[in-house]
Structure formats: structure tokens, C-alpha cells
Design a protein around this ligand. Sequence first.
Ligand code: 5AD
Ligand code: SF4
Length: 442
Amino acid sequence: MTEAKKLYIKTYGCQMNVYDSERMAEALGGSGYVETQSPDDADMILLNTCHIREKAAEKVYSELGRFRTLKQDKPDLKIGVAGCVAQAEGEEIMRRQPLVDLVVGPQSYHRLPQLEAKAREGKKALDTDFPVDDKFDTLRHRPKAKRGPTAFLTVQEGCDKFCAFCVVPYTRGAEVSRPATRIVEEAQDLVERGVREITLLGQNVNAYHGAGPNGGDWSLARLIWALNDIDGLERIRFTTSHPNDMSDDLIAAHGECEKLMPYLHLPVQSGSDHILKRMNRSHTAESYLRVIEKIRAARPDILLSGDFIVGFPEESEADFQATLDLIEEVEYGYAYSFKYSTRPGTPAAERAQVDEDVKSERLQRLQALITRQQRKIQDAMVGRTVKVLFEKPGRLPGQMVGKSDYLHAVHVTDSSVQAAEIASVEIIESGTNSLGGRIVAR
Ligand code: 5AD
Ligand code: SF4
């Protein structure tokens, strides 16, 4: 028997890249690769990259440079770039960094086995097509290995919304939904392998409209209801959503569907109508707030999170203040905030840019507000009893950590708790990054 080749994958960026990396490892499993946690003993290194903000590509080039000595010591080592930088830069990557043997985009990685074989022949292998064949059809048969209690599952990819700052419509392509039956099958398979919580992924996941089993399209809500029927699956989440696609059936599911967790990531980006218009967001601050109101009417305890961009071109102090006002009104449990980053080829790149100092100062103010809100919501959990899905041992002896229904990290010190167990936990303390609790019921 020949010894297995070793594959090291480094993942940057979003949860979909985490999912894609898993699928890439499985695809190369068929070519005799097993995963390793260290680049030093790898026969193949894959960087699964992100292009959402500036310097992402630069980071990839500097990381690649670090593999030079490795490749000198081991000429058979193959180096590949996958993901959104691969899609955006294509062949340019091999020109700039001749160490690279293989470049593969997010829609063509099911062809990795062929690309790997080509690279093994000493040829450069490149595939950044948007093929008509569905990569997940080719990758249908997943290995049966046991896995941890949580998993991601891509249900929708790409985006047709063209926000003026965003590269996603160019790197991930047009919006495509996977057929509902395939998703249900994949979820069942994950559950058989030990998964208890599934997070459905899509760049515009709530725009999901996949083919149903008997013709006609299913909405995300309909898909969630179908997944709700899978025995052994205990929790369903989805990310990331657009405010305009929060349909009534999805909002209702938040109130009625038992396994759908009370957490929603609903990015708004800005609280200024002028900026929202310039961002091509096709919603206003007011319409966003009305959606939140409806969601809270359906599920009063839902924990909300959002994404914010500060310093978008033309953003005035008053525009920024409108964002702070919106945050004050919503009260977020989590938020991800970014300085606007110029992306060549997107409409906003051509406009008058805000000074870097102004961006930094606004980001600080916004993050201070968010931290206060986050802290307040987290502290208010003390004294409450919440369900926790335990995932792994914590840093301290006898400690186990997991996530509450609201996605708060929770730790308990109780050596009888097993990974993958769901227990009721009374929250007794609120720390910087997690809540501490004690088990009250199994
Ligand atoms: N600059 C800064 N942040 C961006 N995002 C997307 N594009 C940019 C950009 N050019 C942020 C948005 C989005 C999140 C995934 O990344 O807030 O919701
Ligand atoms: Fe990018 Fe806007 Fe599409 Fe989200 S909705 S992926 S921010 S273009």
C-alpha cells in the first residue's frame, strides 16, 4: 500500500470558506490525501483565500513567500491557491509567485483531483470557470467518518444584489440555490455522522429558492421546516441574510419552528438613507427597523447581530451619527464592523474616499457602542437557564465549552459533561468572551 499524501489547508475569510475547505479535503481524499495540521510535512498546501477587503491578496502573496524554503527542501511539494483571491486574480497569481502550481476558484474545486494530477505532471493547473455543472453533484458522496456536533451546509451561493462596495457578485458569481432534496440528504448524512446543529450558509441565504422535490421552488423557511423533521438534528441556524429577503414565512418560522435558534445575523451596513442609497442596498434605515420589529414580534427574545461599514465614500459625520442612532435603537448582541475598503472594479472604488484617520476614529466609536450593547445583553443572561450544546473541552481542567441557543459561548466546570451533549445550564457569571454556568438538567 502506498503511503497517504498529506494535505495542509489554510482557510481565510467566511464560514463558506470553512465549508469549502472541508469539501476540498474530501475531493482530494479520493486522490489519496489525508489532512495534516502542519505545512511542514505536507505534500500539498492549499490556501483557501478571501477577497472581501483590501490587502487580502497581499496577505496571500506574503504567506506564499514563506513556503519558498519548504519547496526548496521538498521539490515534490505542490502549492495551490483556492477561493476568492484565486477567482479574482487567476493566472496573475502564478505570474507573480512562480511557486504556485495550482489555482482554483470557488465554483470549480470539484475538479481538484484532475488539477492535482496535472500539477503532479509538473504542469501549471488553473481553473477559474463558472461551470454549468453543479460542483456539489460531483462531490455528492461524502466520506462516512464520524464528526463533531456542529456543521456548516451551503444551500445558496453567489449574489445578484451588487452592493456598491462588494466583490462577492464577481468572485462567487450569480445567485444559485441548491435543490432542496440534496440539502435534506446532506443534512441527514451529517446527522448520521454525529452532527446535532447545522448552520445553513449562503451569501444571501434568505433569498434561497431551490427546486423542491415535486417541482416548484422552496423558500428558506420551507427548507428549514423540512430539516426540522430530521430526528437527531437539534438546532438549525442560517447566515447571512439580506433585510429585503426576510419573507413573512421565514419570520414566522422564527416564532414557530422549534429547532430554529433565536439568533439572526441581519447586516444593515449603515443607518443613513443617503449612504444606503449610494451603497445600492435597496432598503432604508426605516424599512430595516420595520423588519426587525416584525421579527421581534414573532420571537421576542431573538438575539440580533449585524455588519457595519464605516467611512463609505461620501459618509459625513451626520451619516455616521445615523448609523450610531440605528444601533442604539436595535440593540445588537453581536456586530461585525469594518472600515470601508476600496475594491477595484466595484462602483464605490471610483468615488471620493473618506480619510483613513476619519474611518479609524469612527470605527472606534462604533465599536465602543457595540461593545456596551453586547455586554449589556450578555450580562442580562446571568440568572437565566439556557440550553447549551457542548462542543469541546475548555482551557481549564474539567471545563467544557459550548454555545447557547443565542450563540453565546458558555463554559461549565463539570467532568461528567460530554461533547455533543445538550444540557440546561444556569448562567452564573458573565466574562469578557464567554458566560460561565452550572448544569441544572441533562
Ligand atoms: N469594505 C469593508 N467591508 C466590506 N464588506 C463587504 N465589502 C466590504 C468592503 N469593500 C463587509 C460587509 C459585509 C461583510 C461580509 O463584509 O459588512 O456584510
Ligand atoms: Fe455583497 Fe451586498 Fe451581495 Fe451581501 S448583498 S454579498 S454585501 S453584494
